[in-house]
Design a binder for this molecule. Structure first.
Ligand SMILES: [Zn+2]
Ligand SMILES: [Zn+2]
Length: 265
């Protein structure tokens, strides 16, 4: 009776997370080429891509759907997304057979064999972006990146997860001093952009519960962040709430091209 996952890749260049139980195997997003995703499956010992039960889509940005069409066609995989995301993906992922298209509405729960999946909305500049919480045998895993802020509603949904994959997108100073044009900086910093390392720390302080142990800092900006900076900022923010990273909770890195170990939630 186990829930396992691996963050196959995370960052502005491509995202994919693998989740499995005894009876169910799902991929969340396919934001790298089909070939790269197959390589990541091998590296993380996640078995064959052909055997997964489906791909859950969070939103239509290319760092989340780059390999989606090719992967789904190649292995005849079902794709799950909400109606607005399906419409927005039209023309971006090529032809997908009707029998492979499934709707997964925001703020709903779907059961895949022995795995319960709950969707919830985030604040991001896509058609209807949403992320997922997985429940299996009393264990809870939450995934949440690509959001400009973390509302109380979102916090309520991801609160007291045993493992949590959460966005820690940028260091505000690196972003402000960096080479991005102002309109892009404004987009990233805005309510429909991405959350900073500090914002991640503040949100975490509100959602860490007695059961929370493993926190994966995800979707780091390649240009405006570094793993050490993100970890340190989150650690220091948590400290202001008397939460000690390293003891109470463990912070893990994610990588743009290396999968995290396939581990129990
Ligand atoms: Zn996005
Ligand atoms: Zn993204």
């Amino acid at each position: 009776m186990s829930l396992k996952f691996s963050v196959l890749a995370s960052g502005s260049s491509g995202n994919a997370v693998y989740v499995e139980t005894e009876q169910t195997r799902l991929l969340v997003d396919a934001g790298l080429s089909a070939k790269q995703i197959q390589i990541l499956f091998e590296k993380a010992a996640c078995g064959e891509v052909a055997d997964i039960d489906g791909i859950l889509v969070t939103h239509e940005h290319s760092d989340h759907i780059k390999g989606l069409g090719v992967l789904a066609r190649k292995f005849k995989l079902p794709i799950y997304a909400n109606k607005n995301t399906w419409n927005a993906m039209n023309g971006l992922i090529g032809e997908v057979a009707t029998e492979q298209k499934f709707e997964f509405e925001m703020e709903s729960v779907k059961t895949f064999n022995d795995l319960e999946v709950e969707s919830f909305g985030v604040s991001h500049d896509a058609a209807e972006p949403m992320f997922y919480v997985f429940h299996h045998n009393g264990r809870k895993l939450a995934l949440m990146t690509d959001t400009g802020y973390v509302s109380d509603r979102m916090k309520g949904i991801i609160r007291d997860s045993h493992s949590l994959v959460i966005e820690s997108n940028h260091d505000i100073n690196m972003l402000m001093m960096g080479r991005y044009p102002w309109n892009i900086k404004r987009r990233i910093l805005g309510d429909h952009g991405h959350i900073s390392n500090e914002d991640c720390g503040h949100a975490l302080a509100d959602v860490i519960g007695d059961g929370t142990k493993h926190i994966y800092l995800a979707h780091l900006s390649k240009d405006n962040n570094m793993k050490d900076i993100a970890r340190l900022a989150v650690e220091q923010t948590l400290k202001t709430y008397d939460i000690s990273a390293g003891e109470q909770v463990i912070l893990h890195d994610t990588d743009a091209s290396q999968p995290t170990k396939l581990v129990l939630v």
